[in-house]
Design a protein around this ligand. Structure first.
Ligand code: FAD
Ligand code: UDP
Length: 388
C-alpha cells in the first residue's frame, strides 16, 4: 500500500511526506499519536476565539532563505518581531540581556562604565554567551557577568532543567547570549514572521496531497513492529518492506535497549482574562519568582482584536512516560552523560538501512522550527531525492 511510513506529523514528518509525495510520487502514510497534525507547532482557536499555541509560544525566525522560500509555498506571512522581558528586581527589562537592560538595572555611572568596557572588549552588536562572559578576567566585567548569571540565568535554568547552567550543554544558555546592543528583539534573523493563518494551516497545506494519508490517534507501537534482531518490519500484521521514517523518541523505537534517555516536559496552564491586554510584550520571563518560567500572551502574536485575552504559564517538570500529565517530551536533556547514551543509539540505528531518524526527539537535538525544516530538506536530498 505505502512506499514510506512516517511516524510524527510535526515539521520533520510533514516536510518529508510532502517532498516524497510531490517530488518522488511516493504513497506516504503519516502516523501520529496525537489527535491533530503539527506536532508541537500546533495552534488552534480557544473557546474565546483567541489563536493559541497549544504547546507553548512558537515564533518563526531564520536566516535560511531556502527554508523561508520552501515554507512560503504553503503560507502567506505576517511580519512579527519577537520581544521578551524578564521580571528582575521589580522591573521588566529586555532579554536577551542588552545595554538597555544594563541601564535599567544598574546605577547610571556604573552602567556607563560597563557599557564602555563591553564595547571596548567585544565590539558593539556582538553576542556573548553568559558562560563565556563569566570567564573574563576583569574585575568590573566579572561583576557584571555574575550579576547577569544570578539575575537571569541561574534560577530560570534551575526551574527549566533542574540543573545549573554549567551542568548542561553550553548550547542551551548560549541561545540567549548577552547582546552588546540596544536591539531589544529576541532574534536578529533576516526572516521573522508568523504564518498568516497560523501554523496548523501550514501543515494542512503541506499534507494535502492525494498520495499522503494521515492516521491520527495512533501510537506507532500499536500498528508497527520492528524486529531489532533481523530488521524486519511489520505494519498491521503484514510485512512492510518500504522506507520507515521515525521522528519520535529514539529510545522508544529501540525498546530502551541502552537505557531510557531523559527529557523535560512542561505543564501549560492557560487562562482567559476579560481585560484587553495582560502584559506589554508577548512573553515575560520570571527567572527568580514563582514556579513557572514565563507567561505568554497570544494576542501579541496573532494581533487579533477580541474583547478578552488568553495567556499561558509554563511549569517545567520531568518527563514521565506513563504519567498522562507529564508524558510529552518537549526537550531532550543535553548533558555529556546523555550524549554518550545517545551516540550508542545513533550507532545502533545505522544498521537499519530502511530506517531514517529525523527530528528533535529522534536525533535529540535542540532544533528550532527552521533547523528541523532545513534538516528534513537535507535528509530528503541526501537519502531520497534520486530514484536509486
Ligand atoms: P515534533 O513537533 O515534536 O513532532 C513529533 C511528532 O511525533 C509529535 O506530533 C508526536 O505526537 C509524534 N510522536 C512521538 N512519538 C510517537 C509515537 N510513539 N507514536 C506516534 N506518534 C508519535 N521553535 C522555533 O523555531 N521558534 C519557537 O519560538 C519555538 N518555541 C518552542 C517552544 C516550546 C515550548 C517547544 C517545546 C519548542 C519550541 N520550538 C520553537 C521548537 C519546535 O517545536 C521544534 O523545532 C519542532 O516542533 C520540531 O519538529 P519535530 O517534527 O522534530 O517534532
Ligand atoms: N534562559 C534563562 N533565562 C531567561 C531565558 C533563557 O536562564 O530569561 C536560559 C534557560 O536555560 C533556557 C535557555 O536559556 O532553557 C534557552 O532559552 P530559550 O528562550 O531559547 O528556551 P526555549 O524557548 O527553547 O524554551
Amino acid at each position: 500500500m505505502f512506499d514510506t511510513i512516517i511516524i510524527g506529523a510535526g515539521f520533520a514528518g510533514a516536510v518529508l511526506a510532502e517532498r516524497l509525495a510531490t517530488q518522488r510520487q511516493q504513497r506516504v502514510l503519516v502516523i501520529d499519536k496525537r489527535q491533530h497534525i503539527g506536532g508541537n507547532c500546533y495552534d488552534c482557536f480557544d473557546q474565546h476565539g483567541v489563536l493559541i499555541h497549544q504547546y507553548g509560544p512558537h515564533l518563526f525566525h531564520t536566516d535560511n532563505k531556502q527554508v523561508f522560500d520552501y515554507l512560503s509555498q504553503f503560507t502567506e506571512w505576517r511580519p512579527y518581531q519577537h520581544e521578551v522581558l524578564a521580571f528582575i528586581d521589580g522591573q521588566k527589562v529586555p532579554v536577551p540581556f542588552n545595554l538597555n537592560s544594563l541601564h535599567s538595572l544598574l546605577p547610571k555611572s556604573l552602567a556607563d562604565s560597563l557599557e564602555l568596557k563591553l564595547i571596548d572588549r567585544f565590539g558593539y552588536g556582538v553576542k556573548v554567551p553568559i558562560l563565556e562572559l563569566r570567564k573574563i578576567n576583569d574585575k568590573e566585567l566579572k561583576f557584571l557577568a555574575d550579576f547577569i548569571y544570578e539575575k537571569i540565568f541561574v534560577n530560570y535554568t534551575a526551574k527549566q532543567w533542574g540543573k545549573k547552567p554549567e551542568d548542561i550543554s553550553a548550547e542551551v544558555t548560549g541561545r540567549v547570549p548577552v547582546h552588546i546592543s540596544r536591539d531589544n528583539r529576541y532574534f536578529q534573523d533576516k526572516y521573522q514572521a508568523i504564518p498568516a493563518q497560523g501554523y496548523t494551516k501550514v501543515f494542512q497545506n503541506m499534507l494535502d496531497h492525494p498520495h499522503i494519508s494521515v492516521m491520527l490517534n495512533t501510537d506507532f507501537k500499536d500498528v508497527f513492529k520492528l524486529d531489532l534482531e533481523t530488521g524486519r518490519m511489520q505494519f498491521m500484521q503484514s510485512e512492510f518492506t518500504g522506507q520507515f521514517i521515525f521522528t519520535g523518541l529514539i529510545d522508544e523505537l529501540f525498546a530502551s535497549r541502552f537505557g531510557e534517555l531523559p527529557y523535560r516536559s512542561l505543564a501549560f496552564k492557560f487562562e482567559h482574562l476579560s481585560s484587553q491586554q495582560f502584559q506589554e510584550k508577548t512573553t515575560v520571563n520570571y527567572p527568580n519568582d514563582y514556579d513557572f518560567t514565563r507567561i505568554t500572551e497570544f494576542k501579541h502574536i496573532s494581533q487579533q482584536v477580541t474583547p478578552g485575552t488568553t495567556i499561558v504559564r509554563e511549569f517545567p517538570q520531568d518527563f514521565e512516560r506513563d504519567n498522562p500529565s507529564r508524558n510529552i517530551p518537549y526537550y531532550p536533556v543535553f548533558t555529556d552523560e546523555n550524549k554518550q547514551k545517545l551516540d550508542r543509539y545513533l550507532a545502533f540505528a545505522e544498521q537499519f538501512e530502511n530506517i531514517t531518524l529525523v527530528g528533535r526527539l529522534a536525533e535529540n537535538r535542540y532544533y528550532d522550527m527552521d533547523d528541523i525544516v532545513a534538516r528534513a530538506l537535507h535528509v530528503f536530498d541526501a537519502r531520497f531525492a534520486s530514484p536509486g
